[in-house]
Design a protein around this ligand. Sequence first.
Ligand code: C2E
Ligand code: MG
Ligand code: MG
Length: 616
Amino acid sequence: MKHKFQPDSYKILIVDDIPDNLRLLATTLTEQGYIVRCAKSGSIALMGARNDLPDLILLDINMPELNGYQVCEQLKMDRTTSSIPIIFLSAQDGIQDKVRAFTTGGVDFIGKPFQVEEVLARVRNQLALRAANTEIRILNEELELRVQERTSQLETANRILKQEILQRHQLEKRLRHEALHDSLTGLPNRNLFMRQVERCLDNVIDNPEEQFAILFIDLDRFKIINDSLGHLAGDELLIACATRLQECITEQNTLARLGGDEFTVLLEQVKDVRDAVIVAEKILQQFATSFDLGDRRLTITVSIGIVIGDCEYRQETDLLRNADTAMYRAKEQGKARYEIFTQQMYLDVMRRLELEHQLREAIANHELVLHYQPIFSLDSLELTGFEALVRWQHPEGGMISPGEFIPLAEETGLIISLGEWVMSEACRQLKTWQDRVPQAQPLLMSINVAGEQLHAPNFLSTVDRIIAETRINPQHLKFEITESMLIGNTNQVIMVLQQIKSRQIKLSIDDFGTGYSSLSYLPQFPIDILKIDRSFIDQMNFKQQNLEIIKTIITLAQVLDLQIIAEGIETEEQHQTLKSLGVKYAQGYLFAKPLTSEKAEMLIIEPINLSRRSYP
Ligand code: C2E
Ligand code: MG
Ligand code: MG
């Protein structure tokens, strides 16, 4: 940045004891536009310079009192004046003098007598130099300031960045932990567990002689505890279970929570399945003692599925699925036990899946038919009604019994649509018979109703719709429900049963005596009939115990004013015994097997002599 030289912005102090010199210099410099002050002696010069700092001093050396060198020295010693450039003027211009002038701090030297042009040129030079120096200094200072500012900004940014990096690291660590661990128990979660299994699988593929095991652990009836005691207690129990499970395994092995009440254990490097069995037994034993949760004492058991991981496997998900399958088998076998996965279990699962698929199609393709098993009065041997029993006419597999597909339909929820079809078809059939044959007028139709149906929110409206559509008199209907439906959720069940009763539909408890439930619950429910299960009738005449149970049920029915139907009567002996015990109604192969609708209709039209032969 170059400025135009402007003399009027510079103050020059001239120091000389000779007035003529002073005047000449002052006039010349003033003419040039400089602001000029004069001092006749060194002491005045010092004072003047301090009071009003000049930009340049022209200093005579030969002066009385203080000479030029002394003035210069004093000016240089004073911080305020030290930087003022000083040009010496002297008649003594030997080399010694010049050296002294420069060493004392002068910037230039002009010999006397001087040429005005020279003085002007040297003054101008010094001032320009000084201006340039000042500018450089200012620029330097500015630069310095900016560097400092920038440095401190950078330092702050750096500090913030470091902090952010640290926070990010911590967050990342937390997220990684959260992504791989279960928040309730702190155990590894499914993701982490599957990674570990994958690692084990890679290892056995490389080392085919090695094996590992997975235990799939599910708490039995956890849902009941969770629903009845609340989720907080449920969570507490899960944490306690996690602790107990942890005690059963060593540090090298992994315990994980897959979710809900499902836990898994990975046993690395087992010799054979016995190693896994030992751990499973230890776990079962651990759960034999109850849990103390606050003021509550709870008992819970577990079902365990075991699978051995070897080089036959390629996918870790297959291993987990098989362990899960084995666990389900343990549940089916009565819970609180372990089962080891076998290939047959896999085939069973596949068959069930296939069956489920086919059953869906069967409902859509009308492959289901109803058979009707007659129910007779034991006194008069008159036909009193039928029980509708569903059959599946499989296009390839022939007739499939409900024992095989009803449980499947219940598990998969297909029972809702299946049951609706059964009810509608049974009602339609009875109505057809009633319209066609006068003897059919008083007959009752028993329809099996599954728990899932009864609990479905639209059950009653479905019943009403079917009654309206088939124009059946509901008095001729009887619903057979099982004891297990009456347990749990009692108030809701009572409400639905009362609604059924208010429609004049009769209610019967099917397979009575097999539900393992306490008898005290019975009076709460609006029941009309108890159906004694076939298992008691069977062997009744050989096992005293069975006979006693039947007698007890009969007494109970009398007390509660309920009717009794005995089902599964196969022999004349059973028939006679039951008759002598006062049982009024019966159903069984001795009288008739479940019949097609045509055969059932023939039976209505032309009653058989039951004392002579069974039908058909
Ligand atoms: P359940 O309701 O107790 O039906 C009686 C079962 O005993 C029928 O078997 C019947 O054929 C059989 N039975 C009757 N008398 C005798 C006998 O003297 N000896 C022997 N050995 N068996 C006899 P089915 O038809 O195989 O039905 C089995 C179960 O399937 C039924 O037991 C019922 O729980 C269920 N079920 C059948 N149809 C339906 C339905 O439409 N809906 C629902 N939810 N369940 C059904
Ligand atoms: Mg039944
Ligand atoms: Mg039954």
